[in-house]
Design a protein around this ligand. Structure first.
Ligand SMILES: Nc1ncnc2c1ncn2[C@@H]1O[C@H](COP(=O)(O)OP(=O)(O)O)[C@@H](O)[C@H]1O
Ligand SMILES: [Mg+2]
Length: 592
């Protein structure tokens, strides 16, 4: 049962959809509200499409009335009619393009926004299972692929259909037998088109997943560039990248080839048809039963038929490509997070200044027991420290309190209220985290500090900076607190980043404070200074602190010793030194 819970996040394991289902989804959620515009655009397409037929129709009087008969009067009406057709086509084509682009871009943007807001509800486990690169590729790449096909193929398909229809009518009206000969080969297309469909589907899916791999590699390379250089891994990374890229190229080529093969087959069939018509029709013209104008008109109709038919030929393939992409998107929407707020009126208001009780917490991930029946309390306004070897489960306890993950058994309550009965935002707004690797945004120092409390006054901001001992280094920055910190804070040292995170927590001013090795990135000197800031910060707040060295938490009101997911001791420093062997060895290691 537990295993099931965690595999819910694997996008690839989600079911398949029929084209009808996907179309219904896109229509009702995205396209329906453009109903009127779509009707308008269909009408415009009908106008634009029928100009093809009209054009070929006017070739006949041009040859027979003007050229052959020498009728001066006909020059005027044929000329004006043809000009009118071109003007009609100009306007309808322009507004067509405008409206379809408007609809296409808006639908894709809405799709991307919905995807992101859905992805934002997922808990961190999802993002551990699915790499950032592959997710970026889904949000950006898959939607872009749909937009491309929409703009180049689908949006014009109705116009092409009407064009083909009107041209075929002109052709038949001139001579149904000629038309029959010209189009005789068409049924032969069915079999190759069927096989091509299978090829397109498979290669499109492969090329999208290879694109995701490529994005993942880039993401990893750019994030890990220092580590890659230090292990001389450039060549290895380059090779991995180029392998994935080659797979992408190969599949894209096959996919495009499949899509392009259909119109080419049509060309071949059309070419054969033309020879037939010329042979048969040529005799009739020589014998005088048909006019040159009729033949030219017919020829123009067939020639004009090529382009729209070729484009229509790509539609089947394009639809398949689009549905493959739609399915990948739909699969994300089908996933749902299990960490949710209770219904609005069912959620309970907690008093966050009350005791925090961790009760019988157990958690297993991938068959590994991370926490085993852990129970303890953190008293209001007091500092509770968590110590233990790396991997003992300390950070996991913080994640449970912030509901980044839920336990398999047991629960956490504040006052009398279990945290899963509280509104999720309400809970998180009352916690401040300072962690080993606090996240900085690619914005200015000031924005990064104010992120937890955007309404803070300038005076409060300055106080927080001073208390976090961040004032001096900020003053030395080229633009002071307006200095951008770079991606993930890469323009700052680890200690500077940590002080910004501390200032952020000070400014946030919440009743509960969670410190996860808050001074791990600092040198001794800076650590001492921060220690003061932290102890004044934790005053009057329920503080939980994870420390990598015991000297930092010696004075805590209570110390919990964790080892392999179990509590192996709790009490004050002096008591633990006497009766907890894990604590003793941690202490000895530090002081040897
Ligand atoms: N999301 C996760 N998926 C799989 N294993 C995890 C996850 N989070 C933590 N762990 C594992 O749980 C154990 C405890 O991790 P953690 O709480 O971070 O330890 P620490 O005491 O060092 O803070 C580790 O063995 C870690 O590998
Ligand atoms: Mg940890």
């Amino acid at each position: 049962m537990k295993k099931e819970k965690h595999s819910e996040y694997e996008i690839s394991k989600i079911g398949n959809y029929s084209h009808g289902q996907l179309f219904k989804w896109i229509w009702s959620d995205y396209l329906k509200k453009y109903k009127l515009l779509i009707i308008l655009v269909v009408l415009l397409m009908a106008v634009e499409g029928s100009t093809f037929g009209l054009l070929s129709y006017f070739i006949e009087p041009m040859f027979d009335q003007v050229f052959a008969k020498g009728d001066y009067g006909a020059i005027k009406w044929v000329g004006f009619s043809v000009a009118g057709i071109f003007i009609l086509r100009a306007f309808s084509a322009f507004f067509n393009k405008l409206i379809t682009t408007y609809i296409g871009q808006n639908v894709i943007a809405t799709l991307q926004k919905n995807l992101l807001s859905h992805l934002l509800t997922f808990n961190p486990t999802f993002f551990q299972k699915n790499s950032p690169g592959s997710l970026i590729e889904r949000v950006r790449g898959d939607t872009a692929a749909i937009e491309r096909v929409w703009a180049t193929v689908l949006a014009g398909s109705f116009r092409d259909l009407i064009a083909v229809f009107s041209l075929v009518i002109v052709a038949i009206s001139i001579d149904p037998i000629w038309a029959l000969i010209a189009l005789l080969g068409a049924p032969l297309l069915v079999i190759p088109v069927f096989f091509l469909r299978v090829l397109i589907q498979k290669t499109t899916r492969n090329s999208r997943s290879a694109a995701a791999d490529v994005a993942t590699r880039l993401d990893e390379i750019f994030h890990g560039i220092s580590s890659i250089k230090l292990i001389s891994g450039e060549q290895r990374e380059y090779n991995k990248f180029s392998n994935r890229l080659e797979k992408f190229v190969k599949n894209s080529i096959f996919s495009e080839a499949g899509i392009a093969a259909v119109p080419s087959l049509m060309d071949i069939i059309a070419g054969i048809g033309f020879v037939g018509v010329l042979t048969y029709g040529g005799y009739q013209i020589i014998e005088g039963t048909k006019t040159i104008g009729e033949f030219m008109s017919f020829f123009t109709a067939i020639a004009l038929l090529f382009e729209p038919v070729r484009r229509l030929g790509t539609i089947a393939g394009a639809w398949h490509a689009v549905f493959t992409n739609l399915e990948r998107l739909r699969n994300i929407f089908d996933l749902s997070t299990e960490i949710i707020s209770p219904e609005k009126n069912n959620s309970k208001k907690a008093d966050f200044t009350q005791i925090i009780a961790f009760e019988n917490l157990s958690l297993t991930i991938n068959e590994k027991k991370i926490l085993d029946n852990v129970s303890f309390s953190a008293f209001p306004g007091k500092t509770t420290a968590l110590v233990g070897p790396s991997g003992a489960g300390k950070t996991t306890l913080f994640n449970l309190l912030g509901r980044l993950i839920d336990p398999d058994q047991g629960n956490i309550s504040i006052g009398d209220i279990a945290i899963n009965q509280m509104d999720l935002n309400d809970l998180r707004e009352n916690l401040s985290f300072v962690s080993q690797d606090s996240w900085l945004f690619d914005e200015s120092i000031e924005e990064n500090i104010k992120v937890g409390n955007p309404n803070a006054s300038q005076a409060e901001f300055q106080d927080a900076v001073l208390a976090a001992n961040a004032h001096d280094f900020i003053e030395e920055m080229p633009k002071k607190e307006k200095t951008p910190v770079g991606p993930r804070g890469s323009n700052l040292s680890g200690g500077q980043r940590q002080r910004i995170a501390i200032a952020r927590a000070i400014l946030r001013d919440t009743p509960i404070l969670l410190l996860d090795e808050p001074t791990s990135a600092l040198d001794n000197e800076a650590e001492k200074q921060i220690q003061n800031a932290l102890s004044s910060l934790s005053e009057g707040r329920t503080t939980l602190i994870i420390a990598h060295n015991i000297s930092a938490i010696k004075n805590a009101n209570k110390i919990i010793v964790l080892n392999s997911g179990k509590i192996v001791g709790q009490g004050k420093h002096d008591e633990l030194l006497l009766n907890c062997s894990v604590y003793q060895s941690l202490y000895q290691m530090e002081n040897s």
